[in-house]
Every structure is written in structure tokens, then in C-alpha cells.
Design a protein around this ligand. Structure first.
Ligand code: GLN
Length: 532
């Protein structure tokens, strides 16, 4: 295949139940191929009717991940970006809403020339076109993907995913045999005797077959590794060689999953099936994600939701920074409405994440004050940045009723972005995605990034009210990075580490390239360590 360009599809479906870690499995499959020098991209199919994840409640659906082009997408795209070290765009998240919207728009324009517009072929054709378009999209460096992962969200058998499964069934006949492989991720539960049970997998393979889909590889998710006996059983019932049954036992760290799949021989099975050159894998990535910890710090995250999935990118960014510094980062989740102030002294650092609405903000503001006054390393993100401004205005500048326009009555030191005036739709209307940020010299921001021009991803509707910038600066708050007249970073001199960003640096953090603010924060936590 030397020098040739090709595009192969790895389809990933899920059986038995959702929440099996299908996304992590798919991303890990991509990683083992990337380690062999293949360019890998990914498409996530979400069969729900929403156009995108932008309006979805994170408590139900998990984090809304933000792409460079401003796409508000499923958190699995974050896993793809982190595992594959790529930047994706909105077309890489296909939803029923997007597909139907396009088809209906075409119908209204008269593109179908009087035909009856139907799920098959019109919707399925559109799905295939969307997959192809995303798969063929060039990376920013002009390189094209050799391999595209296509993860179908949900579980085989869901009504909503039917048109997508039909589309991927049709795809098999439309691409050369060696350019298509289907991996089915399923659950292998244990019974009360501790025996691994294959029946749910057999049923789920049957459900696939009824749709005309055949699994080339089965990845079995289980608590303990699946042994040869169970693999032979699955092989016998599901028409595939035992070597194509891959065990994926729950790993202590998600970044360890590619190594587990590697040990199971998945790379061999895949390269043979896809007719790819067998190459010796690069081990750099493994070296980075398994670096030994010699220190440990505990970070208190004061938040509204107690669900970790809501803050997955923050959690991962802390982990990336920690690995680079050989420091294990333990996270303590503090409920913004309920935590006791005296708890705060037990942490090496305090982090306030992004958020919307007024619930819990007073608790977060108190935590910021505590971090500022007690010189505890502090990192504020988006809403955390805005609340730092409010805290400073209230307690240093002397504006007791300082607040954000988002939160109601008071002095609005945080105000609606002027371009948001009159915006009524919630979906896709915030200041979203990549914006350039200019860093001022002689600041912590400059020290962290080492650059004066950076790009970071955004997702907000409010900003520091321009009317208060001067006053805040005169009172000692340092705005160390800006975008035109918009404040992007703040910091305090005379504090070991007090740093907040209007943007979300966590979205660009990678295991091999930790985000600078996170790196600085974890380093500061290590230096100012209080916990045993
Ligand atoms: N709610 C704030 C705003 O819209 C902060 C948003 C966020 O934290 N992502 O500006």
C-alpha cells in the first residue's frame, strides 16, 4: 500500500446495553492503528433527533464537547480527539436531526424532482453521503485519513438507529471487501458463580444478523478478562474465529485500553482483515500515558452537578497535566450548594468549571474567595472566570451587589456579549469554538503558554462588562489575555497561582500535549501541597 491513498471504514456497533465504553473502545482501536502510522479519523453517529448536543442537559447526556469550528457535540468526539490527537469538525457528529433537516431542505428546494421522499433510499443515501464527506475531509495539514472509524451510538435494535444501521449495511456492498470491517462491542456479564455469560452476546449478534449486518470482530466488555474457553464459545455461536473475539476487561485508566487491545492481538486481526501492511507500532504514546507517578495532589472541584461525565474534558486535562509532571491528580467533587467551607483547606488546589444559570454560584464565589485569600492554587474556567471577576468586584473593588447579567438583578460586572442582543434560539448561538487570543507580556499567561498568540475554544454568551475593566484593573486584577476588547484570561500577582480563562483550554488538551493552564495549575498544586 506504499504511497497509495486509500480509505477504509471501521464500523463500531454496540450490543446488549449502552454505557459499555464503546466510544473508548473505538478510540482505542484508532490509536493502535495510528501508532502504526495510519492517519485515522472518526465519525460519531447519534441517532437522536437533536441537531447537535448544544441544547442537551449535561446532567442527562454528559459534557457538551466543543469543536474548533464551534460544533457542540457528543462527548465521544472528545475521546476521539484525545486518543487520536486530531481536531474534528461538526460534520463528524451525525445526528438524525441533521440528516432529516438536510433531506427536508432538499425536498423543499425541489431537488428530488417529484419523487416520493422516503427513509430508504433518501435518508440512507444522505447518511452515507454524510459519512463519506466527514471521512474524506482533510486534516488542517492537508493530509487525508486512511481509516475512518464510524461509531453508531445506541444499541442495535433501537428504533432510532435503524436507518443508520441500514445505511452501514448498504455500505458494505459499495466499498471493496478489504475496506470495511464491522466491530461489535458487547457485554459479557458474570453470573453469581463468577462465570462469564455469552448469551446476551449471542442474542445481540442475532439482532445484528436480522438487520443483515455481520460482525467481523467482537469486542467483549467484562470486569475480568475473557479466557479461551469463553472466546471459543462466542466463536462457535457467532460465526467468527476465536482470534476475532477480543477481550476488553475494564481498565483502571482509559488510556490503558489500547494496550489491552494490542495484547489481545487486535492489530493483527484488523490489519489482516483490512489488507493493511503490518507495521511495528510506535510506543511513544504508551510511554507517555503510563509514566509513573511520584507525587499526588488533590484538587477540589466545586460544581453544580455531581456527575463526573459532565466534566470529562476537565478530568482528562488534569490527568494529562498530572502524567507530564509524574503527579497523580485526585479529584474531590464538592457540591456548590452543600459543601462546608472548612473542607476547602483540605485541597492542594481549587477548580471552578464552566456552567450556566444561577444555581450554586454563591458557593463557587465563596470557594474562589477562599482560594484567593488563602493563596491556594486556583483555576477558573469560563463561568469560573466570570465568577472570579464577580468575587473580585464584590470583595476587593467594593461592589457588594456585583453579579452577572445571566444571574439577575445587581451590578453587572459580567454582561451579555453585544452580538447576543436579540438572540432567542439556544442551539448553536453562543460565542463558540476557536478564537485567537492575544497574550500580554510579563504575565503568568505568557509564562504558561510561552507565546503571545494562541487559539482556544469558547462557549459563552456573557463577558467581562467593558465598563468595569479599568476599575477592576486599578483594583489589582490583571487581565493577561484578550481578544480585541474582550477579556480572555485573568490572574493575580501576589498569589502563587490564581488563573482563570474565559475559554475552555481542556478541549485542546491531549495526553501527549497537556494544556498549559492545566500544567501550570497542577504544578502549582504540587509545589503548594498541603494534603498528605
Ligand atoms: N454561562 C456563562 C456564559 O454563557 C459561562 C458559560 C460556560 O461556562 N461555558 O457566558
Amino acid at each position: 500500500m506504499n504511497g497509495e491513498t486509500f480509505l477504509k471504514y471501521i464500523i463500531i456497533t454496540g450490543g446488549v446495553m449502552s454505557g459499555l465504553g464503546k466510544g473508548i473502545t473505538a478510540a482505542s482501536v484508532g490509536r493502535i492503528l495510528k501508532n502504526r502510522g495510519y492517519n485515522v479519523t472518526a465519525v460519531k453517529i447519534d441517532p437522536y433527533l437533536n441537531i447537535d448536543a448544544g441544547t442537551m442537559n449535561p446532567a442527562q447526556h454528559g459534557e457538551v464537547f466543543v469543536l474548533k469550528d464551534g460544533g457542540e457535540v457528543d462527548l465521544d468526539l472528545g475521546n476521539y480527539e484525545r486518543f487520536l490527537d486530531i481536531e474534528l469538525t461538526s460534520p463528524h457528529n451525525i445526528t438524525t436531526g441533521k440528516v432529516y433537516r438536510t433531506v427536508i431542505e432538499k425536498e423543499r428546494r425541489g431537488d428530488f424532482l417529484g419523487e416520493t421522499v422516503q427513509i430508504i433510499p433518501h435518508i440512507t443515501d444522505q447518511i452515507k453521503a454524510c459519512i463519506r464527506q466527514a471521512a474524506e475531509e482533510e486534516f488542517p495539514d492537508g493530509i487525508k485519513a486512511d481509516i475512518c472509524l464510524v461509531e453508531v451510538g445506541g444499541t442495535v435494535g433501537d428504533i432510532e438507529s435503524m436507518p443508520f444501521l441500514e445505511a452501514i449495511r448498504q455500505m458494505r456492498a459499495e466499498v471493496p471487501e478489504h475496506d470495511y470491517v464491522l466491530i461489535h462491542v458487547t457485554l459479557i456479564p458474570e453470573d453469581t458463580m463468577g462465570d462469564l455469560k455469552t448469551k446476551p452476546t449471542q442474542h445481540s449478534i442475532k439482532a445484528l444478523r436480522e438487520l443483515g449486518l455481520y460482525a467481523d470482530i467482537i469486542v467483549g466488555r467484562s470486569e475480568r478478562p475473557i479466557g479461551a474457553h469463553t472466546k471459543r464459545k462466542i466463536s462457535a455461536f457467532c460465526d467468527l474465529p476465536a482470534s476475532s473475539v477480543i477481550s476488553a476487561a475494564t481498565a483502571p485508566d482509559i488510556y490503558g485500553v489500547p494496550m489491552e487491545l494490542e495484547k489481545e492481538g487486535l492489530a493483527d486481526v484488523l490489519t489482516t482483515r483490512l489488507n493493511l501492511e503490518k507495521r511495528v507500532p510506535d510506543t511513544e504514546w504508551y510511554r507517555v500515558v503510563t509514566r509513573e507517578y511520584t507525587n499526588r495532589v488533590t484538587v477540589g472541584i466545586v460544581s453544580k452537578y455531581g456527575i463526573e461525565d459532565v466534566y470529562i474534558s476537565i478530568k482528562e486535562a488534569l490527568k494529562h497535566a498530572g502524567r507530564a509532571l509524574s503527579t497523580e491528580v485526585k479529584i474531590a467533587w464538592l457540591d456548590a450548594e452543600r459543601y462546608e467551607k472548612c473542607q476547602l483547606k483540605d485541597y492542594d488546589g481549587i477548580l471552578i468549571p464552566g456552567g450556566f444559570g444561577r444555581r450554586g454560584i454563591e458557593g463557587k464565589i465563596e470557594a474562589i474567595r477562599f482560594a484567593r485569600e488563602n493563596k491556594i492554587p486556583f483555576l477558573g474556567l469560563c463561568l469560573g472566570f466570570q465568577l472570579s471577576v464577580i468575587e473580585y468586584a464584590r470583595n476587593v473593588l467594593g461592589v457588594p451587589d456585583a453579579t452577572s447579567e445571566e444571574m439577575g438583578e445587581g451590578t453587572h460586572v459580567i454582561a451579555l456579549l453585544p452580538e447576543q442582543e436579540g438572540v432567542t434560539d439556544l442551539g448553536g448561538t453562543m460565542r463558540l469554538g476557536d478564537y485567537p487570543v492575544e497574550i500580554r507580556n510579563n504575565t503568568l499567561a505568557k509564562k504558561l503558554y510561552g507565546l503571545t498568540q494562541i487559539t482556544e475554544r469558547h462557549r459563552h454568551r456573557y463577558e467581562v462588562n467593558p465598563r468595569f475593566i479599568r476599575k477592576l484593573e486599578e483594583a489589582g486584577l490583571v487581565f493577561s489575555a484578550i481578544n480585541k476588547n474582550r477579556m480572555e484570561c485573568l490572574e493575580l500577582n501576589s498569589h502563587p497561582f490564581f488563573f482563570a480563562t474565559q475559554f475552555h483550554p481542556e478541549f485542546r488538551s491531549r495526553p501527549t500535549r497537556p494544556s498549559p493552564p492545566y500544567l501550570g495549575f497542577v504544578e502549582a498544586c504540587r509545589i503548594n501541597k498541603r494534603t498528605p
